[in-house]
Design a protein around this ligand. Structure first.
Ligand code: ADE
Length: 251
């Protein structure tokens, strides 16, 4: 997969994409991240990339032409057609389902805005999608682009090692939160590892993990839990989780 990032700070995204799973995916040839700077396509000695907004108001708006020429150069760098994504708080929320869809693309171009935004005409003409990583405002799209790159990189076949399975993670498969995890020592001043995890009984362990996932999702993200769509077995696990919690409270 190839990802081109159009940004006034392309080296920032490249830096982030050089570490951890993303860096390893690049080393393994599963992913290539390239940066493109609209300033390289700006004219005049000031290489101006922004101007004041029509209608007044604070801040600056990124100009059409440097961005358009930069995007054209990025598109022309590879024959594969690219999906252009503009990162903005006005975009559709990025979800794991969307990440799974994007991870299958041969090529993405991530368009990062700065200042108050980008001239709307450029977005209308060039962007295939607009995505937001959350309901808060960042000072630019670069961190959002890094989030997209990380999330799609780890889904590339061969990016994760065997012990880093993507399937068990939160939101994979069924959209539930992940269960809690423990490692040595069994006993610590901060607490004891749940005994079922040391039982060696794989069916019981799977059941406990499923129950924890259901319970945590119910407690922390009820918006993700569609109780009416749960299987009878899941409902039983969730009921038992709630009973356990209620019993603990009355202790
Ligand atoms: N640019 C600024 N804020 C953003 C956000 N929340 N998501 C995506 N891009 C952004």
């Amino acid at each position: 997969m190839r990802v081109d990032v159009v940004s006034l700070f392309p080296e920032f995204v490249a830096q982030i994409a050089g570490h951890g799973v993303v860096g390893r995916a690049q080393e393994r040839g599963l992913l290539a991240v390239h940066g493109w700077n609209p300033r390289d396509h700006a004219e005049g000695s000031y290489r101006r990339v922004d101007d004041r907004p029509f209608g007044g108001g604070p801040g600056m708006v990124m100009l059409i032409d440097p961005l358009r020429d930069c995007l054209a150069a990025a598109r022309a760098a590879d024959r594969a057609p690219a999906k252009v994504i503009y990162l903005t708080p006005q975009g559709a929320p990025l979800t794991q389902a969307k990440v799974r869809e994007l991870a299958k693309c041969e090529r993405l171009i991530l368009l990062c805005g700065r200042y108050e935004g980008i001239d709307e005409r450029l977005i209308e003409a060039e962007a295939d999608e607009e995505l937001s990583i959350g309901d808060y405002v960042l000072s630019g799209g670069e961190l959002a682009a890094a989030v997209v790159i990380d999330a799609v990189a780890r889904l590339q076949e061969g990016a994760l090692n065997d012990n880093e399975s993507a399937i068990q993670d939160s939101f994979e498969e069924d959209g539930l939160l992940d269960c809690p995890h423990y490692t040595r020592p069994v006993e610590h001043s901060l607490g004891v590892v749940p005994s079922v995890l040391m039982s060696g009984n794989h069916a019981e362990i799977a059941k406990w993990r499923r129950q924890q996932s259901l319970g945590r999702t119910w407690l922390r993200r009820p918006d993700l839990l569609h109780e009416d769509q749960l299987s009878a077995a899941d409902r039983k696990l969730l009921d038992a989780f709630r009973d356990g919690l209620a019993a603990e409270k009355t202790k």
